[in-house]
Write a protein that binds this ligand. Structure first.
Ligand code: GLY
Length: 374
């Protein structure tokens, strides 16, 4: 059987690889450092409602459909990998500190409310009843109980294990060139010069997708890097400073804080147009910490464990590109921007259905390459 190759071993590529292997497909996921790109930096929020954006209602519907798949996905992945993949299901709390922040939050709440999303407006006191360590200066909040979070690094580790257990293969190499002949994909050439034959190829290479050689222009998605700097703090798991995801507007800054049962507090993230630069800057770390301390003063006491930067793969409409290309046998699964973790289970199911010719995942229909006139 000619293998199916997945280029890119982030959460999207790994999830596709695992699902294909489960269906008995001979699959190779090729990545020099699987799980070390954008998937490594992510906060793991499963929060389609609190991250809803004006004008992105179609993406919101996709994100909500993806959110609904997560509980079963996490359970199945844990069983398949032997690695626990806990979902934190305490929900999210959006809070605002000064008057301008309250206006920004009210604006978002109106949008969420008009769409009939499950949100509840809270006064200051009620926010602090839910999360007592928040600053008393919090003026207003919005509660979203339906949301969750997951440890993205654990998920990637579990996906690697599940992929192998299902008979899939992880190739720690860099794909340089996509081999196409007579309008059909034939395989890939690696940076080493070796070639791997493929009957089907799924490109899930995030920001690196447009840099692959050999793709015809009409198969290249308009994906660009959007830098995110993010920090990780450590707390004593016996005294968690938060129980749910908090997204805060604090004196003009916007920040999110995601607590893990393990004692990690993830604070993110910048959104920067800086090409392929992944420098961690003092200014960004200062901004994230200032905003975090403003909303959760105890942050100042916590250990600063990590500050990293990675690149979100982003398209002009901030939505992913999932589906076929004009090249026979070549599919894309990239451009997941701020939603890679959330969208992984749904993207994997959609790509597998497309490859196997089974019932399509309807929610991905608007998110093909053709919407960009390719
Ligand atoms: N989804 C959070 C982020 O991209 O920063």
């Amino acid at each position: 059987m000619t293998p199916t190759i997945v280029v890119g071993g982030g959460i999207i590529g790994l999830a596709i690889g695992w699902r294909l292997a489960q269906h008995g497909v001979a699959v190779q996921v090729v990545d020099p450092q699987p799980g070390e790109g954008a998937s490594f930096a992510a906060a793991g929020m499963l929060s389609p409602v609190s991250e809803a954006v004006f004008g992105e209602e179609a993406l919101l519907a996709l994100n909500q459909a993806a959110h609904a798949r997560w509980p079963a996905f996490a359970e199945e992945l844990a069983q398949a990998s032997g690695i626990d993949v806990p979902l934190r299901t305490e929900g999210s709390l959006l809070v605002a500190v000064d008057e301008d922040d309250v206006r920004a939050l009210e604006h978002l709440w109106s949008f969420q409310h008009e769409l009939g999303l499950p949100v509840e407006r809270l006064r200051s006191r009620a926010c602090r009843d839910l999360e007592p360590m928040l600053t008393p200066r919090v003026r207003a909040g919005v509660r979203v109980d339906s949301e969750a979070s997951v440890d993205n690094r654990v998920v990637c580790r579990a996906l690697r294990a599940a992929l192998r257990r299902a008979g899939g293969c992880l190739v720690h190499e860099q794909v340089r060139h996509v081999e196409i002949r007579d309008g059909r994909v034939r395989g890939v050439r690696l940076a080493t010069g070796d070639t791997l034959p493929a009957g089907h190829l799924v490109v899930a290479a995030g920001v690196w997708t447009p840099t692959l050689e050999g793709l015809p222009p009409d198969a290249v998605p308009p994906v660009r890097p959007v830098k995110g700097q993010i920090i990780r703090l450590r707390f004593d798991p016996a005294c968690p400073p938060l129980h749910r995801n908090v997204r805060a507007w604090a004196r003009g800054w916007s920040v999110y804080l995601v607590p893990r049962i393990s004692g990690e507090l993830v604070v993110g993230a910048t959104v920067e147009e800086r090409g392929f630069d992944t420098t961690v800057t003092a200014g960004a770390v200062r901004e994230l910490l200032t905003a975090a301390v403003e909303v959760l003063p105890v942050v100042a006491e916590l250990e600063l464990a990590e500050a990293i930067a990675r690149l979100r793969p982003t398209t002009p409409d901030n939505a992913p590109v999932i589906g076929p290309t004009p090249v026979e046998g070549l599919l894309l699964a990239t451009g997941h921007h701020r939603n890679g973790i959330l969208l992984a289970p749904l993207t994997a199911d959609a790509v597998v259905a497309q490859l196997r010719g089974t019932a399509p995942v309807p929610e991905v229909a608007p998110f093909g390459l053709e919407r960009f006139g390719r």
